[in-house]
Each structure stands twice: as C-alpha cells, then as structure tokens.
Write a protein of this length. Structure first.
Length: 163
C-alpha cells in the first residue's frame, strides 16, 4: 500500500473517493452527496490545496483523509482531521492507520501540536480507531447533524502531539 498527498493531477481520484464515501456512508458525514456532486472543478481543486492524502493498492485508490490546518495566528498550533474514508473491501487492513500516520507527520511538519476531529458518536468502530491512536473525547455535541434516521451526536476528540 502507498499513501501519498494528493495534488491537482489527482482531481478525478479525489472526487471519486469523496463522492463514493458520501454515497456509501452518508450517516458518517455532515456533508451531503448532492452538494459535493454539484461542485465545480475549481472548488474541488481548492480542497486539494490543504493536505489531503490518498491510500492506494497498486493503482486503485482505497482511502482518503484530509488535514485541515487552522490559519489564525492564535490557533495555528491546531489542525483538524476530516473526510476520512476507506473502501469497505479494504477496511481492517491498515489503510486508515497509514493515512492517519501521514496526517500526523504532516501536522508536525506544519508545527501543529494538537489534532482535533468530530466523529459520529454512534460509529463505534471509528471511535475505537481514534482512541487506539491516542485521541481522547473532550465533549459531545448533541444532535450534531442529521442522518436518514434522525439526529446523531458528534463526539469531539483531541490528540496532543507534543505530549
């Protein structure tokens, strides 16, 4: 497996993985498939200006994870994790671990000392994954977003990189 940062030349790969993630696992994201499907190439390319990593087995794209750095001077020690997805046929094989490691390395390179994320509190597998990687829950946002079944809470998690 290869994990690498996606660039402009990966626009189609990025778009395909992101739309697939939103279509297959809509209840794990606050974003809507229909909104992202309507984005122009220009908007998609703006997302690739931030560090977005892809996991590949041979030439097949199987996973995605984005790093969202804070830009305000008083907050630029922080970064967020988002757009996390691994193809269902490749889950449990280390792709998410490798993607997170790439994000951790890039976050440290950028000077971040804290990573933050929000995860569907009902997605026990994802919560366990983040806990295994040193993230700790620090809060819960009731009714964080709507799913096809109703509201779900967002579990807010943090990992300090300097400890």
């Amino acid at each position: 497996m290869i994990v690498r940062r996606l660039g402009d030349e990966d626009l189609d790969v990025f778009r395909d993985m992101r739309l697939t993630s939103l279509k297959l696992d809509p209840d794990n994201y606050a974003s809507d498939f229909e909104v992202w499907e309507g984005y122009s190439d220009e908007i998609w390319l703006k997302f690739l200006k931030e560090p977005v990593f892809g996991a590949f087995v041979e030439a097949q794209a199987i996973g995605l994870m984005g790093l969202i750095p804070e830009t305000k001077s008083r907050m630029n020690h922080r970064a967020g994790i988002g757009m996390v997805w691994v193809d269902p046929n490749h889950r449990g094989q280390g792709a998410a671990d490798a993607l997170l490691e790439a994000c951790l390395k890039e976050a440290r390179r950028m000077g971040a000392i804290q990573l933050e994320l929000a995860v569907n509190a009902e997605n026990a597998r994802a919560v366990r994954f983040y806990e295994r990687h040193g993230f700790e829950a620090f809060g819960r946002l009731p009714r964080g977003f709507r799913t096809s079944e109703g509201f779900v809470d967002d579990l807010m998690m943090v990992r300090k990189l300097d400890a």
